[in-house]
Design a protein around this ligand. Structure first.
Ligand SMILES: [Zn+2]
Length: 127
């Protein structure tokens, strides 16, 4: 996975992303703050990856899957999860500090690894 992907995943796991709760700029509803609980609901991430994020992360395979169905499963859900974390980080940064769009890629090294087009031996190597 990329440095940015890894950073966002670790910060999510540690509870540092979204960071200090502030008004949610995704839904812009009154009195909604950017807590993890709200972000999960606001972005409908559990529905979009069909499970709880922590459960999903605990299921990351140790070896690239062999079946096309499993490759598709991991590719689609990984992409959705990374888009969610990118968008969440974007709304949590100060308005005068826009997120670097280059910190998101649709050419994830993890997806390449899942699909067997990477020489990496583990999905957790930084690239
Ligand atoms: Zn919201």
């Amino acid at each position: 996975m990329s440095v940015h992907e890894r950073s966002r995943l670790i910060r999510w796991r540690m509870g540092w992303l979204p960071g200090k709760p502030q008004a949610c700029r995704n839904c812009n509803q009154i009195n909604t703050l950017t807590t993890q609980q709200h972000a999960i609901i606001c972005f409908q991430i559990n529905e979009n990856i069909d499970m709880n994020i922590h459960s999903f992360l605990n299921m990351i395979p140790k070896h690239p899957p062999r079946s096309a169905a499993q490759k598709f499963y991991w590719t689609t859900r990984w992409t959705v999860l990374q888009q969610f974390l990118f968008n969440l980080e974007a709304i949590c940064l100060p308005p005068d500090e826009p997120i670097n769009p280059a910190s998101y890629t649709d050419q994830s090294p993890f997806v390449a690894w899942i699909n067997g087009s990477s020489r990496l031996t583990t999905p957790l190597v930084l690239t």
